[in-house]
Design a binder for this molecule. Structure first.
Ligand code: SF4
Ligand code: MG
Length: 335
């Protein structure tokens, strides 16, 4: 598998009046060509800050990229100037957000917006750009693309706007699509349609996707590999199969327990992990999950757990995996 993106030891802080918020603390992950990596975790775990760093969209200041490499095709783009990033964004790496209205221009027709995106990166005549825009709109399932080119963003439904955003994101054949909660604002039916569209585009265009979500149900439908984030760190990562069928970290257990059964037939009540995420102004010196973990041991409060290798491609940072730790039984997880 060829790595297209390789993030190493990414560390990002925000300077605030109250002090330094340590949003991302030594995060490493990679994305292979043509696969979907889901980064999952509660809000405030550092997921969005992580992919905003990759996209070069962090507001600096107050954000500071303190450490780390972001290798895109082997080149460290963390060192890129804003000018260099502008050439990359929308051309090689694209991003879609939860609310397309924040990135669409409400005063400009949809067609013009897609054409501008294309012409920013490629020397095409208006006629050629128009043809490409129409092709993209039909590829993402917008009916009557020629007449819809002439409409404004507010004339589309939320789901259709998200399709338009995807058309813009992929119009220049980006090889990486970063998607931050792309379906959270949509109803269940729309959500399923957009996820299916993303899967289809991954198949036909070979786009590699980093999908950020807090929803394990979405992860189950999309991910080849999964990275679980908590308190600014990746606490477990592995193939979707490993994470769903042999999860090792108590936080991952909690996430899976809070997921409705994949068959949707379960009547069991969802368990929600009690407690709240750590204060990133003063992250705990030991395991960030200690205050909420039902398995917490003395060492957990003293020392941050290292990352243990379970099998190739499956790691988890939890003291329970230390050979000298007591054996515990994982809670029952339904699938
Ligand atoms: Fe729980 Fe300790 Fe593992 Fe942290 S290291 S998740 S506190 S058992
Ligand atoms: Mg977020």
């Amino acid at each position: 598998m060829e790595k297209i993106l390789d993030v190493q030891q990414l560390t990002v802080s925000f300077d605030t009046y109250a002090g330094e918020v340590q949003a991302v603390r030594g995060v490493s992950f990679h994305l292979n060509k043509g696969e979907t990596l889901a980064i999952v975790g509660e809000s405030g775990s550092g997921k969005s800050v992580t992919i905003q760093s990759v996209m070069g969209l962090l507001p600096t200041p107050p954000a500071r990229l303190k450490q780390g490499k972001i290798l895109f095709k082997g080149v460290d783009i963390a060192q890129y100037s804003e000018k260099q990033m502008e050439k990359l964004r929308g051309k090689e790496i694209s991003m879609i957000f939860q609310d397309p209205m924040t990135s669409l221009n409400p005063t400009m027709k949809i067609g013009r917006q897609i054409m501008e995106g294309i012409q920013k990166h490629e020397k095409l005549s208006s006629k050629e750009a128009r043809a490409r825009a129409i092709e993209m709109l039909s590829m993402v399932g917008i009916p009557n693309p020629e007449s819809n080119m002439e409409r404004y963003p507010h004339q589309f439904s939320g789901g259709m706007r998200q399709r338009v955003m995807i058309a813009i994101a992929l119009a220049c054949n980006s090889q990486v699509l970063l998607a931050d909660e792309p379906t959270t604002a949509l109803d269940v039916t729309m959500q399923a349609q957009i996820l299916q569209l993303m899967n289809e585009l991954k198949q036909t265009l070979g786009t590699a996707i980093v999908l950020i979500t807090h929803d394990m149900g979405v992860v189950a439908h999309m991910a080849d590999r999964i990275a679980v984030m908590y308190g600014g760190c990746i606490v477990e990562s592995g193939t979707a199969e490993e994470i769903f069928y042999d999860p090792k970290h108590p936080y991952t257990w909690g996430l899976l327990q809070s997921m409705p059964s994949l068959t949707g037939k379960s009547s069991k009540r969802l368990s929600v992990i009690p407690g709240s995420p750590p204060d990133m102004l003063m992250p705990p010196k030991g395991c960030a999950f200690a205050a909420r973990c039902g398995y917490c041991m003395h060492i957990c409060q003293e020392e941050a757990p290292p990352s243990f290798n379970i099998v190739d491609q499956h790691q988890a940072a939890c003291w329970l995996l230390d050979p000298s730790a007591p054996k515990v039984e994982r809670p029952h997880l339904q699938h």
